[in-house]
Design a protein around this ligand. Structure first.
Ligand code: XXG
Ligand code: FE2
Length: 356
């Protein structure tokens, strides 16, 4: 970490993402009719959506465009004053920085937009329009009710460097996956947080920058099962990519869906509190076949290989940088479902990663 940098902005949490989609009608069917997200505003260009517990204008924007991509991932900061802090921090980091006037995006006040050192289009904002919070609107919830945005997951070629960048922004690591054959020097993935949950952003090793998924939280496991039943009844089971299952990392119950453009959306519930200052980091061995699915279900290859392109601040697709270190898929294909879950002598034992 560069210690001569100015103070980083005080990030509260991941707050919204903007996805470029090619057909707003089809996307609306998926996000509104199936997932049940609430429409705050829609016009010919974009749909602004929020989940039932959210009172900011939106947590997801679907914007019509020629090619599917992720165009903004936005973090909320603690106050308007943090925008100056962010501007100074990123100017010192030497990346592209733009100050955005209030209203640059419907419902959002002034903001700072950057191309972060990992190549992602990132926004910091505080002011946002408040809208009705649907927490008690059980009359419209439906059984698959999605409560809030939970995290972003990004693909980046050097997870170690990405982790250092986010540590510089005062994110902490809740869990990570490392190589077991090389003294744990290869980092395959890391989960990092500002809000007191397992993560606001997960770093997945691979050719990047690409967006792996955006995750929304529900309150109960049954809501995830209901979404699977709902998709089955619509004869759209092909929208289910992976799961339902229980993650090893995070302990969350999960389901990965693919939207009509192939953007991956995770529905997620049941992770744990991380808000104490000495919250330990849990490290998983990449050969542990329960790390990504606690029941040992194999991970489908597309989950490791496919991800959405991201745009730069001019709206152009970012070129990918190849991951040089070994890929988790190569380490674990043939191993997922076949490698050890226990060491000799541990037959009845209970072992989960290692904590520092
Ligand atoms: O949110 C997550 C994930 O990043 O989507 C993936 C929590 C855990 C996992 S993993 O597949 O590693 O269990
Ligand atoms: Fe996730």
């Amino acid at each position: 970490m560069n210690t001569s940098l100015p103070t980083p902005p005080d990030v509260l949490r991941c707050a919204y993402a903007e996805l470029i989609v090619t057909d707003l009608v089809k996307s609306r069917e998926f996000y509104v009719d199936v997932l049940g997200l609430v429409v705050t505003h829609e016009d010919d260009d974009a749909i602004y959506l929020r989940a039932f517990e959210e009172y900011l204008h939106h947590s997801l924007i679907l914007r019509k465009g020629p090619e599917a991509a992720m165009s903004v991932m936005a973090y909320r900061v603690r106050s308007e004053a943090e925008l100056d802090v962010a501007e100074e921090y990123y100017r010192a980091l030497g990346v592209r920085v733009e100050r955005m006037a209030a209203g640059h995006t419907r419902g959002i006040g002034q903001a700072v937009r950057i191309e972060d050192p990992l190549g992602f289009p990132v926004e910091f904002f505080y002011e946002a329009e408040h809208v009705e919070r649907f927490t008690r609107r059980y009359d419209v919830h439906g059984a698959g009710a999605i409560s809030r945005l939970d995290h972003f997951n990004v693909v980046t070629p050097d997870v170690g460097a990405a982790r250092e960048y986010y540590e510089g922004l005062a994110f902490k690591v809740s869990e990570d996956i490392r190589g077991g054959d090389d003294d744990n020097n290869t980092v395959y993935a890391a989960w990092m947080y500002r809000k007191p949950t397992v993560h606001d952003v997960a770093l997945t090793g691979g050719d990047g920058p690409r967006m792996h998924h955006i995750a929304f939280a529900t309150h109960e496991r049954t809501q995830i099962l209901h979404l699977c039943d709902h998709l089955g009844a619509l004869r759209q089971s092909d929208k289910i990519e992976r799961g339902p299952g229980r993650h090893g990392v995070s302990n969350a119950f999960y389901l990965y869906l693919l939207d009509p453009d192939g953007h991956r959306i995770e529905i997620y519930t049941h992770d744990y509190y991380t808000g104490d200052p000495d919250n330990p980091t849990l490290t998983w061995d990449v050969h542990d076949n329960q790390r990504r699915d606690w029941w040992g279900s194999p991970v489908v290859p597309s989950w490791y290989s496919e991800a959405s392109n991201v745009l730069d601040l001019d709206g152009n697709v970012r070129e990918l940088v190849h991951r040089e270190e070994s890929r988790e898929a190569d380490v674990t294909i043939g191993a997922d479902g076949f490698s050890y879950t226990r060491e000799p002598g541990e037959e009845k034992g209970f072992k989960v990663g290692s904590q520092v």
